[in-house]
Design a protein. Structure first.
Length: 192
């Protein structure tokens, strides 16, 4: 009985170490599906990784749809229009080396800069508004997103987590808690 009582320190410390590492695993991967009680969703269901997978694919689909909608919008507020104007202004700024040529009249320099910037603007506009949507439609990007959603299996992530992270972190934490429990046990034995 004398030795069993101090061993409780080691067991309790290791139990605490196991519980908070398991709580992390539980938070990340358990449960797989949403749980409802009286038509109210329990917090943290589904588990974090499952929620983030759902969030990620919603975000990807939303970004693709927003891009397609922006290609049809010629107003100054659309993102693509802002990108096109940014390309125009950056091209204009890059051609400042022409200002050094004093033998060319300023009006001709300005027209050349405007011409080159406009060509760059139009090429960018055609690329962003026509070519990219064409490629997205031709290669059926939506189907690839759906396929990726189906193929990105959280169970594979969970398996790798268990194999390469959880196992080693658990052993490390249990070893630390064993040493803490051993120290507590020794202090208990010396004080008693």
């Amino acid at each position: 009985m004398f030795i069993i009582k101090p061993l409780v320190f080691i067991i309790v410390n290791m139990l605490f170490g196991f519980l908070y590492i398991f709580a992390i695993k539980f938070f990340l991967f358990i449960p797989k599906k949403e749980i409802r009680i009286n038509k109210k969703r329990l917090p943290f269901t589904p588990a974090f990784v499952f929620r983030k997978k759902i969030w990620l694919f919603k975000k990807i689909r939303k970004l693709v749809n927003n891009y397609i909608n922006d290609t049809k919008d010629d107003s100054d507020g659309s993102r693509i229009t802002k990108w096109e104007h940014k390309v125009f202004h950056q091209t204009w700024d890059k051609i400042t080396f022409m200002d050094k040529f004093n033998f060319i009249p300023k009006s001709i320099k300005k027209n050349i800069k405007y011409f080159i910037s406009t060509i760059t603007f139009e090429v960018t506009k055609q690329f962003l508004r026509t070519f990219i949507p064409f490629v997205m439609e031709k290669y059926e990007l939506d189907k690839y997103i759906e396929l990726l959603d189906k193929k990105l299996d959280v169970d594979v992530i969970k398996e790798y987590f268990n194999k390469f992270v959880y196992k080693y972190v658990l052993m490390f934490v249990l070893a630390i808690h064993f040493l803490i429990g051993l120290g507590n046990m020794l202090i208990y034995l010396f004080v008693k």
